[in-house]
Design a protein around this ligand. Structure first.
Ligand code: NAD
Ligand code: 4TP
Length: 331
């Protein structure tokens, strides 16, 4: 029997807990996952099955939402984070990582956290899951990808102010991020020769140096060096014209320079099915593409599509990696 996906509860006052329930209603026992969280944070009368061990999840999922209990102190009001919950949210993520690293779970899926609430409530030192998971795994460099049937995107820089992006972009960062992306497209997305389109940083990809020199001084030399290694890279491309339907047919992933350059197109095209997946970790981690949606939390309005896709991707990738490991294939 395959291990379940571990689903961390995320911000209790956000839409995470209700989406876990909606995902169980959609997936049932077909795709066993276990929510790590506090049963009091789910809608009243939710069909929860509390379990003591992840190995019980598959059977439990036939009857209700499998839940590994993690108690939080203090009340939960939908839409308003309780600072007393912040440390618990962080601890649940770490518990999920322990489960997947021990083999008790096949992959980790994370419900959204409210970053500022964690900073204010518990001094959380990381801008998001991505950086926290890298620290927990002891990995220096990980990569954020958002993926859906319509598009895959990678932002090279992630959670930093826009004003700091040009300084943060270095040839080494671009090279490492492209290597990780390329390897993951082969290993986890089954693309033997992935085509990667690399965006420029500036309008019109710098217009030959008239609107910025990062393309000439750094991005193009990195592309040329990696092409010499055999990577199928195109660019630097003008970011404004690389996301229309015809352009998207020419590549498997769009490699972008900063957060919104990458995330605006995918959230515009496929907000209800986009999945955030962290590349470069020693385990599989996915998440829905949206945040805590405080404005609609607890009202039954949240669309579970992205959570369902995130659970499916976690399950499929986690099991594919386990099969590869069984065959002695490091991927
Ligand atoms: N994986 C994560 O942990 C993650 C991802 C993105 C944002 N966040 C965090 O979430 C918090 C809120 O961020 P935000 O307001 O920018 O983005 P958001 O995605 O929470 O909300 C943006 C808008 O989309 C709507 N929305 C979001 N999810 C929806 C769903 N499933 N169904 C229907 N409508 C939905 C919201 O109601 C809101 O109007 C921030 O703290 C942010 O950092 C966390
Ligand atoms: N950058 C992501 C987004 O905007 O959708 C989001 O903040 C998630 O980041 P983490 O997975 O690092 O929490």
């Amino acid at each position: 029997m395959t291990a379940p996906v571990a689903l961390s509860c995320g911000e209790p006052a956000g839409v995470g807990p209700e989406l876990a329930l909606a995902a169980w209603r959609a997936l049932g026992a077909e795709l066993p996952f276990v929510l790590i969280g506090d049963p009091r944070h789910l809608p009243p009368d939710s069909p929860i099955v509390q379990i003591a061990d992840p190995s019980e999840a598959a059977e439990a999922a036939r009857h209700g939402l499998p839940l590994l209990r993690h108690d939080f102190d203090g009340p939960m009001t939908p839409g308003t984070p309780n600072p007393a919950h912040a440390q618990g949210v962080i601890d649940v993520i770490a518990r999920g990582v322990d489960m997947v690293r021990s083999g008790a779970a096949c992959a980790l899926c994370t419900a959204p956290i409210h970053k500022k609430a964690l900073q204010d409530g518990a001094g959380f030192a990381y801008p998001g899951h991505t950086e926290y998971l890298a620290a927990l795994a002891g990995v220096e460099r990980v990569v954020m990808m958002l993926a859906s049937a319509a598009l895959r995107v990678v932002p090279t820089t992630i959670h930093i102010p826009l004003s700091e992006v040009p300084r943060a972009l270095t040839a080494k960062l671009l090279t490492d991020t492209l290597h990780i992306t390329h390897a993951a497209l082969i290993r986890d997305f089954g693309l033997p020769r992935p085509r990667i389109a690399v965006a420029g940083l500036n309008p019109h990809a710098g217009e030959g140096g008239a609107m910025g020199r990062e393309e000439i001084d750094m991005i193009l030399p990195v592309i040329e060096a990696l092409r010499a290694e055999g990577l199928d890279l195109h660019g630097p491309m003008s970011a404004d014209t690389m996301f229309h339907a015809r352009a998207r047919e020419s590549y498997d992933a769009a490699f972008c320079m900063y957060h919104d350059q990458a995330l605006i197109p995918i959230k515009t095209l496929d907000f209800d099915r986009g999945v955030n997946v962290t590349l470069g970790l020693p385990f599989v981690r996915t998440s829905p593409d949206h945040g805590t949606a405080m404005d609609i939390a607890g009202r039954g309005l949240a669309n579970p599509g992205s959570m369902i896709e995130a659970l499916k991707m976690a399950h499929d990738m986690g099991n594919a990696r386990a099969r590869d490991a069984g065959r002695g294939n490091p991927g």
